[in-house]
Design a binder for this molecule. Structure first.
Ligand SMILES: *[C@@H]1O[C@H](CO)[C@@H](O)[C@H](O)[C@H]1NC(C)=O
Ligand SMILES: *[C@@H]1O[C@H](CO)[C@@H](O)[C@H](O)[C@H]1NC(C)=O
Ligand SMILES: *[C@@H]1O[C@H](CO)[C@@H](O)[C@H](O)[C@H]1NC(C)=O
Ligand SMILES: *[C@@H]1O[C@H](CO)[C@@H](O)[C@H](O)[C@H]1NC(C)=O
Ligand SMILES: *[C@@H]1O[C@H](CO)[C@@H](O)[C@H](O)[C@H]1NC(C)=O
Length: 360
């Protein structure tokens, strides 16, 4: 029996063929886009406001009829692998944003992102990004939305789609901001920046890491990267001996982000130059703190670490007294494998200020 966790880690080192093994086991109906034109019937865009709660599909030929109100700020919400516009956690965050009076555009590319067809979903991601850029450019040119409102909030695989969208925007209409919620690791580790999310994809890229051992990237990929509970495990997610616990860690990135919109306490991380130095205990709570989430400071730069409470509401303000450096017993990945993993970290020599470690 092939272990899914091994697969996810190995795939992170970009070994696509192994994924095919997994896919064959599942008898999938995997689909790679061949018709790459925009608009595309498999990439639809949905518009939401606090009065259009069920969403209205956007069509290129009548965008001005969709109901964009002047000067209402916009959030673009991208779901992840095996997601769709109406699936958790996408729909919950959307409801919160519209209730806060934001316009929301939610791309839906469910046909291109079907479990277990992950490598196809990765191939398709570029085209979703391109069609999104195509739509956003048209909306700005038609003056239905303002360039300074181009904020993409993207979960898992969607984070790389946001990165692609950034690459496909015209030079004079850059994305203002990408918020990446536990950006996906499998197949994206070690690939070129052009093929994954990075800080050149928007004027400001903020990242929340909640599952760096399994589903999410460990590397810092934004202008500012927050590692919640070390990015290793999240509280109250269930038994560490099952892989589904990692899905909970992954989804929790969205829950933290949602809470950050309304929290009175705030999520504050303190700075550490690299992930490795944090693991090695070289960084103590300091006054160099930044707020994570919706109200992050656009000038924030670097890696920040914070912990949460055990139950929602999770925010603990500037209290860092419970932050652990312990990795073992917090993951489905067996301890013997983690040992090797931790040894590897000690071999990493090229720490730079923003790179973190590259060993998984
Ligand atoms: C999925 O694909 C089918 C067949 O091409 C299409 O009719 C349907 O609209 C697609 N669904 C979505 C949500 O894109
Ligand atoms: C835009 O056109 C499509 C058909 O092409 C139609 O179904 C839709 O209702 C129109 N949208 C609006 C807001 O008028
Ligand atoms: C949309 O996806 C379905 C599979 O879900 C596929 O059969 C169809 O050909 C796709 N349409 C386009 C235009 O790629
Ligand atoms: C820190 O952890 C201890 C023991 O696990 C717990 O009793 C305490 O409530 C925690 N403090 C905070 C601020 O969460
Ligand atoms: C952590 O895991 C090891 C080995 O799996 C076990 O022996 C140990 O008791 C665990 N420690 C805690 C605190 O759960």
């Amino acid at each position: 029996m092939f272990h899914v966790w091994k697969l996810l880690i190995l795939i992170g080192i970009s070994c696509r063929t192994l994924y095919a093994v997994y896919e064959d086991e599942e008898e999938p109906n995997c689909f790679t886009l061949t018709d790459e034109t925009c608009p595309n019937e498999n990439i639809t865009f949905w518009f939401y406001t606090n009065t259009i709660l069920e969403g209205r599909q956007l069509w290129m030929h009548n965008l001005s009829d969709a109901g964009f109100l002047p000067r209402k700020p916009l959030k673009v919400l991208l779901h992840g692998f095996h997601g769709n516009r109406d699936k958790l956690p996408n729909n919950k965050l959307r409801l919160l944003l519209t209730s806060q009076n934001y316009h929301v555009i939610s791309p839906d590319f469910r046909n291109l992102s079907v479990e277990p067809c992950y490598s196809q979903a990765v191939d398709n991601a570029k085209y979703v990004g391109r069609c999104l850029a195509h739509l956003l450019t048209q909306l700005v040119q038609d003056r239905l939305i303002f360039e300074e409102d181009l904020h993409l909030i993207a979960f898992g695989l969607g984070a790389h789609i946001a990165g692609f969208a950034g690459n496909f925007m015209p030079e004079n209409i850059p994305l203002q901001r990408i918020t990446a919620l536990n950006p996906a690791k499998p197949l994206f580790l070690g690939t070129d920046n052009a093929d994954k999310l990075d800080s050149s994809d928007a004027k400001f890229v903020d990242v929340i890491h909640t599952d760096v051992l399994m589903l999410g990237l460990l590397n810092a990929v934004g202008h500012v990267d927050f590692y919640v509970n070390m990015g290793i495990s999240q509280p109250n997610c269930g038994d560490i001996s099952t892989i589904t616990t990692h899905y909970c860690y992954h989804n929790r990135a969205v829950a933290y982000y949602a809470e950050s919109i309304t929290t009175p306490k705030g999520f504050f991380g303190y700075r550490c130059p690299t992930y490795r130095s944090f693991l090695d205990g070289l960084c103590k709570p300091s006054n160099d703190v930044e707020q994570m989430g919706f109200y992050v400071r656009l000038g924030a730069r670097g890696l920040y670490f914070l912990e949460t409470d055990y139950f929602a509401p999770y925010a603990m303000g500037r209290n860092h007294m419970n932050l652990s450096h312990e990795i073992k017993n917090r993951t489905y990945i067996p301890p013997d494998f983690l040992d090797g993993f931790l040894d590897e970290k000690n071999q990493t020599s090229s720490d730079t200020d923003t790179e973190g470690i590259n060993s998984i």
